[in-house]
Design a protein. Sequence first.
Length: 76
Amino acid sequence: MKTVMISLNSIDKVKSFVNDISRFDYDFDLVSGRYVIDAKSIMGIFSLDLSKPIELNIHAAENADEVISVLKPYIV
């Protein structure tokens, strides 16, 4: 598992983020405070406080670097 901090501070960013990670078969979790939601769920993402960076857990055994390169625009 790999963890990065991301910023999703606009509706367009959330939509493109979900589209980008939906291409992968791995599990992704967003952690904000005590809430953990599926990062592929647009409704779940909008239930979080998007005004500050959110922790993204990537559950990928291999190819985590490929995922990180796709997520570069969101990483803070």
